[in-house]
Write a protein that binds this ligand. Structure first.
Ligand code: URA
Length: 288
């Protein structure tokens, strides 16, 4: 194999791993439920034959501490962010004030080159269930709303299957602006925007957080463990590695819907549904 091929394959594997998968399945997955739909916008590499790539083939990350919120100096302290909204009495006004504070501080100015709209988050400001994704894509950037593209349509189906509506949950992302070329957020970028996500969580105060994919999961749990060892059971946010003083909230990591669309296998769907079923039980929702 040429070094180009190896580089492309490693990059593809890394992107897919960051979306929440620990292996690339061989061949084309069954796609009977989404036959008319096209693949989501995830980098693809024509000419690269599908083959098994385990996470062990991806360059190992340095060991402990496995997640460091460092690099960019925070543009504002947690206290000053809180001060910006605390005088408001109702949760939606607090979220609106937090959004204004985010716009003023512009933590994305440290790393984003261009975007059309800030995608801050939306939904019930007192939702019991909060979803956290990674970053807006093209359609989210165009509309200013989270998860409205193809991955969002699948997320909508997941929410409805849980017996909930999109309006009854809160949806946010780690990054509030679209990264160039839909790049996966780096730890530095996530760390720069983290204080605003933490305050969104403080205001909404959900009973359960579902993190979609690895960037959100890694940020909120302060780990770099692979998704295979994180999904399927509840964790606690904030974790001991997460530098924020907040009441403890149950957190369930699961695969990102964009990954699920791309690898729409029965096994992946079963895993995601099992994660969501556990969330439903934790929220006291009836299974349909
Ligand atoms: N993917 C995400 O992680 N967030 C969005 O809002 C859209 C797609």
């Amino acid at each position: 194999m040429s070094s180009d091929f190896n580089a492309i394959l490693a990059q593809h594997a890394k992107t897919t791993q960051l979306l929440g998968v620990d292996f690339l399945p061989v061949g084309t997955p069954p796609n009977e439920l989404l036959q008319s739909e096209q693949a989501p916008q995830i980098p693809d590499h024509p000419g690269v034959e599908p083959q098994l790539v385990t996470s062990s083939t991806i360059e190992a990350k340095p060991s402990q501490p496995d997640f460091a919120l460092k690099a960019h100096a925070p543009v504002a302290s947690s206290e000053s962010i809180r001060e910006a909204y605390e005088s408001h009495s109702d949760p939606q006004s607090k979220l609106d004030a937090l959004r204004e504070k985010y716009i003023t501080d512009a933590p994305h100015a440290q790393f984003i080159t261009s975007f059309n709209n800030i995608v801050f988050g939306e939904g019930d400001p007192q939702a019991e269930l909060m979803f956290v994704g990674e970053a807006p894509g093209q359609q989210e950037d165009e509309t200013g709303r989270p998860f409205v593209g193809r991955a969002g349509q699948l997320l909508d189906k997941m929410i409805i299957a849980m017996g909930l509506s999109r309006e009854s949950v809160y949806i946010a992302n780690v990054l509030k602006t679209r990264p160039p070329n839909n790049a996966t957020p780096t730890q530095d970028e996530a760390a720069a925007c983290a204080p605003y996500l933490y305050e969104q969580i403080r205001i909404v105060n959900p009973k359960v957080i579902v993190t979609l994919g690895l960037p959100a999961t890694h940020l909120l749990l302060g780990t770099t463990q692979p998704m295979r060892s994180l999904r399927g059971s509840f964790h606690t946010f904030p974790s001991t590695n997460t530098p924020i003083d907040l009441p403890q909230i149950d957190l369930m990591p699961t695969y990102h819907p964009a990954y699920l669309l791309r690898s729409y296998t029965e096994d992946n769907r079963r895993k995601v549904w099992s994660d969501l079923t556990a969330v439903m039980e934790r929220l006291g929702l009836n299974k349909t």
